[in-house]
Write a protein that binds this ligand. Sequence first.
Ligand code: NAP
Length: 328
Amino acid sequence: MGEAGKWTRILGLAHGAFMTYAALDAGKETASGQITAQDLIETYRVKELDERTEIYGIIGNPVSHSLSPYIHNAAFKFYRLNAVYIPFEVKNLDEFIAKFIRQETREIELNFKGFSVTIPHKQAIIKHLDFIDETAEKIGAVNTVKIIEGKLYGYNTDAQGFIEPLKNAYGDLKDANIAIVGSGGAARACVYALQQAEAKTTIFARDFEKGKILAEEFQAAAGDLKSPTLDFQSFDIVINATPLGTIGDLENETPVIARQIKTIHLAYDLVYNPFETRFLREAKSAGVPTIGGLAMLISQAMAQFKIWTALDAPMKEMSRAALNKLQR
Ligand code: NAP
């Protein structure tokens, strides 16, 4: 039942169950964790799955609002792969790895081939890996695991996912003056990618000391987000790497307002839900071009798909699936 039981509703039929319950529509669930019939059939393709189906998924807590199942299943469907991507609400990572993944200890055979890792497990997953890619090691976080012959290989596609849309919109980032607001996990991936691109980065964190530690690690500078006279006149690009603006309680919040950014050349919000955040509206009202968080979400997912399947990710289908879900 609940979010944690969703995988049983998706995989039951493939493993011999006679039927599975579904909701007629969102909001019409008769039990917690029920998935709509439309999602079961069109997104998860439950009628096509069998015991040989390759299992991928996202592990984290919470995962209920993740768009990743829509994005990755659209890519599997496009290539007609016998594969499915499932949300796994994982509270205890050690138990999940022991009982679902590791050949020696697992209690169920699901044919797992890989998974995305999200909050709060991006760092904790590292000790479970047999191999970690150099970028992921430098960032200190893993968002992608591939399983080959029982061994776990860890990667980080957030840095690539972040930088690609930025380079597409701005061009060469060498010596560009870039301000990042926030100093959490996403900010780390951004600072690493910007260092690789030889940009001049300054981190503005609400906790100045925390920002300074991150800045020093990647030869960046630290600025004071709480300064009453803060403006971003000397910057080319401002990036929001905080959750401010996210749907729900934070929706009407923004790390900076139009007056502070009217001279910059680009505003980039990592928040993707809603599609247009308050920060992006502030930038638009100041006449500043913008990039929304969906671009990074799709770009990092495309890199994951390539790691798992060695195929080129179908960008159009993946973007359309995410947008459809956001607008539903
Ligand atoms: P995180 O590790 O929890 O870090 C959040 C950061 O935001 C922390 O530095 C936190 O400060 C800061 N913060 C929180 N509330 C704040 C406030 N009111 N004022 C100023 N700073 C505030 O989260 P994360 O993984 O870095 O993710 C950050 C955002 O990026 C999330 O909204 C996430 O959805 C988004 N994201 C998007 C993508 C994408 O693909 N588009 C990928 C990754 C993340 P403290 O350190 O002081 O707590």
